[in-house]
Design a protein around this ligand. Structure first.
Ligand code: NDP
Length: 442
């Protein structure tokens, strides 16, 4: 167990369910009702409340305004139509680091179906401040030791795991055993074995598991997927993807093998791997890789600095991927079509301001191809997707199996780099072999 886990104070919520019901009032009653309706699990059996909710209550009310623009203008996007806060899916955020504080918690402000209701942290003072900022009841603050008591808190329906990579397995399994659905950050785990254990735990508990591949919910990347799959520029024959950044403090967990599992590959190279698979819908049948670490750089004593990997797909597409912790940040990809043009995103994997670039043949000349799409809050999109899956009882677009496949391929990439030879992978004839579906409204 690491030092961060050991520094917790005990903030355990050991009050009874009855007391909790009395304290939480109407909002809680509604949450229980929604929960029992949508999960059909132990809450329904444990909580002696019978409240009928019409399923249409779980759909946000759409409002219409009279048209403002001439029909020749670009159609305005639908405006924000959130679900009543009492009916939103309650999330517990586990680990209050950069991603949780800088992106995930603020993103709830743009979420239609999800709300933060609990925090899990090894730092009780920080957790209390954050709870105050987001209006979270301090009774709903947990630490890593008393986390399992979250099972007694029906306000929490989903747990979002935002911890160092090697802790994902343990907290996914504990969350599933506590009867919660799990949204887990990427990389899913530090081995395919761990990923399998996570899938099994959620399956056994009858809970959903989704890996937080935000790119697959983001409109620019989804448009690139459409262009790829519709062969707008013929078959995409080559994809060139780069994700790099200049990593700092050698003491951080990302540079510790035990906590991170690897270096640039599982942290940022995974974006190249996962996005290429998402664009094509195919699975690679072969990988060839090499890796590099600058000698004597204190940052790369335990994990690699850079990995260069080539993925070969059954249709003949080759993806050339580069990831590095030792270069100035660059997060882009380009898809080279067989005829008429190319397209890509630069930046492609950033949180904000993604941008299309490309070129296409028009009559007898070549024009820039850079459609502009509206910016969306990526974390709100993914949290809403998972909340909708819970509400509608559907399989997430990026379930645990999608994360497991990346773990298997990353293991093959490391092995190929180690032996200097290509590694064959299992073949899959199905497109989107490991993905669930989007709902109609997404
Ligand atoms: P941080 O280091 O900023 O935060 C991790 C948090 O985990 C800490 O603040 C701490 O929270 C908790 N923690 C518990 N034990 C430890 C430990 N031994 N060492 C360090 N932290 C510990 O990491 P990030 O927020 O950047 O990353 C968290 C996860 O999110 C990773 O899996 C990462 O890959 C993923 N991620 C995903 C991104 C995306 O775009 N989808 C982007 C960035 C990260 P506390 O103090 O509350 O206990």
């Amino acid at each position: 167990m690491n030092s961060q886990i050991l520094r917790n104070d005990d903030l355990s919520n050991n009050y009874s369910r009855r007391k909790f019901i009395n304290q939480a009032g109407v909002g809680f009653i509604a949450a229980v009702a929604v929960n029992s309706l949508i999960t059909n699990t132990s809450y329904a059996q444990n909580v002696p409340l019978k409240i009928r909710i019409d399923p249409s209550d779980l759909v946000p009310v759409k409002l219409n305004l009279p048209a403002l623009d001439d029909p020749s203008e670009v159609k305005r996007p639908e405006f924000f139509t959130p679900l009543n806060p009492e009916k939103k899916i309650g999330y517990a955020i586990v680990g209050l680091g950069h991603l949780s504080l800088e992106e995930i918690l603020p993103a709830f402000g743009q979420s239609k179906f999800a709300k933060p209701v609990a925090l899990v942290s090894g730092d009780p003072i920080k957790a209390k401040k954050v709870a105050d900022q987001y209006g979270i009841d301090p009774k709903n603050i947990y630490n890593y030791q008393n986390f399992d008591t979250i099972k007694d808190n029906p306000a929490v329906q989903a747990v979002y795991i935002v911890l160092p990579n090697s802790m994902h397995e343990e907290f996914t399994i504990r969350a599933a055993k506590a009867g919660k659905h799990v949204l887990c950050e990427k990389p899913m785990a530090v081995s395919s074995k761990q990923a399998e254990n996570m899938i099994a735990a959620c399956k056994n508990a009858g809970k959903k598991l989704m890996i937080a591949y935000r790119i697959q919910y983001e409109p620019h990347n989804r448009y690139a997927q459409k262009l790829t799959r519709e062969k707008t520029f013929g078959q995409v024959k080559i994809i060139d993807a780069v994700n790099g950044q200049n990593i700092g403090d050698p003491a951080q967990w990302r540079l510790k093998k035990k906590l991170a599992g690897g270096g640039a590959l599982p942290d940022i190279g995974l974006y190249c791997l996962n996005t290429v698979r998402f664009l094509l819908g195919e699975e690679p049948d072969q990988v060839l890789a090499s890796s590099y670490s600058t000698p004597n750089d204190p940052r790369f004593k335990e994990v690699e600095e850079a990995v260069f990997f080539q993925l070969r797909f059954p249709s003949g597409t080759i993806a050339n991927c580069t990831t590095s912790y030792g270069i100035h940040q660059s997060r882009r990809y380009r898809c080279y079509g067989a005829k008429g043009g190319w397209f890509g995103l630069d930046p492609a994997f950033a949180y904000h301001l993604l941008k299309f670039e490309g070129s296409k043949v028009v009559d007898d000349h070549e024009e820039n191809f850079n459609p502009s799409l509206p910016e969306k809050q990526q974390f709100a999109l993914e949290m809403d997707h998972f909340a909708k899956c819970i509400i509608d009882n559907t399989v997430p677009y990026t379930p645990g199996e999608e994360g497991l496949q990346d773990q298997i391929i990353m293991e093959a990439i490391y092995e190929s780099a180690r032996i200097g030879k290509p590694i064959k992978l299992d073949t899959y004839n199905k497109i989107d072999a490991f993905r669930g579906t989007f709902t109609k409204s997404e």
